[in-house]
Design a binder for this molecule. Structure first.
Ligand SMILES: Cc1cc2nc3c(=O)[nH]c(=O)nc-3n(C[C@H](O)[C@H](O)[C@H](O)COP(=O)(O)OP(=O)(O)OC[C@H]3O[C@@H](n4cnc5c(N)ncnc54)[C@H](O)[C@@H]3O)c2cc1C
Length: 373
């Protein structure tokens, strides 16, 4: 393939409406980029912003506050929108195959398909919900609100940032209905494994304060419709189970014969370019940068990669040399602790309380406002 500047219209296909692609949708101007036709393929019309997910569960935000209507944005920008899931990428012939049996050809491809929750069993009951895709949050809300029995037991599996935010958001239901019992299970011996001790202590004390029971070091061996079974023989009953048990990848990239890492994420170089094909790029949770352990699978890095991704796609189309993505070690993390409280972590700085939540609220709401324009 010749990556030279040409006046022929090039087709750029974006797969997934993740953070990096939201940036591209907003930067694309049909008049300015007359030689590029963009197609966005996404499995959902809406793209949800995880930063505000727990606030939605708590009732602080409404559904439309934390989601983008991809179809509407594409229509406005002159971008073709296809609601479908890509199931196979034939990068040698530059063709995508979708669940809806479409074959879509491309000149350049960008992948921003995010991640899924690590789940052992595929067939789970109707009262078991994974936090991803984030459209499931409405189902979680509905399931909890529709429980007619008085003593409701909700179990959250996963004591990382996502599980903690969800558990603390759901503690709102404890206040309104004292018969709700919340339990969080994690296989590690501490909450937020790998975080500074002070952060773990603050989060642990907040969980106690709102009355969430925790099972730490609780390795889950099985789940059925009513119980979670732990390795130590204990079983925990639930009416609703929420899975926030870590980040995993679908088999899309592995099955499409891309060079992938151990977790099946597509391996890219520092320019966010696939190691398998020069005209394929990627960003966010679905990629792993070769020899780079600094980049974490979170929205912050997906957002940071976005401008480099767009620049490099434009550069490769023009046959120019690409720009490196330089990962910073320190990044601002704010975890919501429920009821407008949060914990802010930046290097050694740790602040908790309303102020931390307010900063998060300002960052998140301005992100949505900026990208909805
Ligand atoms: C409850 C919760 C709270 C979180 N809070 C934060 C936070 O506060 N800050 C933070 O930095 N991170 C947070 N995270 C992590 C964050 O959500 C992810 O790291 C981030 O969304 C990854 O972004 P992305 O751009 O890679 O993809 P995503 O935002 O996951 O988007 C990928 C999109 O691609 C689409 N897609 C997937 N596969 C296909 C396919 N085959 N074909 C077509 N379309 C496809 C999906 O429908 C999805 O819309 C949170 C996660 C959870 C679960």
């Amino acid at each position: 393939m010749i990556l030279q500047e040409s006046h022929k219209i090039k087709t750029l296909v974006l797969v997934g409406g993740g953070h990096a692609h939201i940036h591209i949708l907003n930067k694309y101007n049909k008049k300015r980029y007359q030689n590029i036709k963009i197609i966005l393929i996404s499995s959902d019309t809406y793209q949800y912003y995880s930063g505000m997910a727990s606030g939605y569960l708590e009732g602080i935000y409404q559904q439309d506050d934390f989601r983008f209507n991809l179809k509407a944005i594409c229509n406005e920008r002159g971008i073709v929108f296809i609601e479908d899931s890509v199931v196979k990428i034939d990068y040698e012939n530059q063709v995508l195959h979708t669940k809806g049996n479409q074959k879509i050809e491309y000149d350049f491809l960008s992948l921003n398909t995010g991640s899924i929750v690590k789940v052992k069993k595929k067939e789970l009951g109707p009262n078991v919900f994974s936090v991803k895709p984030l459209s499931n949050l409405k189902k979680i809300k509905n399931a909890i609100e529709s429980l007619v029995k008085l003593d409701k037991s909700i179990v959250i599996m996963g004591g990382g940032a996502a599980g903690i935010e969800i558990a603390l958001a759901l503690s709102m239901y404890q206040q309104n209905d004292s018969n709700i019992h919340l339990t969080l299970i994690d296989r590690h011996n501490t909450l937020l494994n790998g975080s500074p001790k002070r952060v773990q202590e603050i989060v642990t004390s907040r969980m106690k304060e709102v009355g969430i029971e925790t099972y730490l070091g609780g390795f889950v061996t099985d789940i059925n419709e009513n119980y979670v079974y732990l390795e130590n023989g204990q079983k925990i009953a639930f009416d609703v189970l929420v899975l926030a048990s870590g980040v995993a990848q679908t088999s899309l990239y592995k099955d499409s014969n891309f060079i992938v890492d151990d977790s099946s994420s597509m391996l890219v170089n520092d320019n966010l370019q696939s190691l398998s094909a020069d005209n394929v790029f990627g960003a966010g949770d679905c990629i792993q940068i070769r020899n780079n352990n600094l980049v974490k699978k979170n929205g912050v890095y997906a957002i940071r990669q976005a401008p480099i991704l767009w620049k490099n796609i434009l550069k490769v189309i023009k046959g120019k040399s690409l720009k490196r993505f330089k990962a910073q070690k320190t990044y601002l993390q704010i975890i919501s602790l429920g009821q407008k409280k949060g914990i802010l972590i930046y290097g050694k700085l740790v602040i908790s309380g309303y102020f931390a939540w307010k900063i998060k609220d300002l960052i998140d709401t301005s992100y949505m406002k900026k990208n909805k324009k």
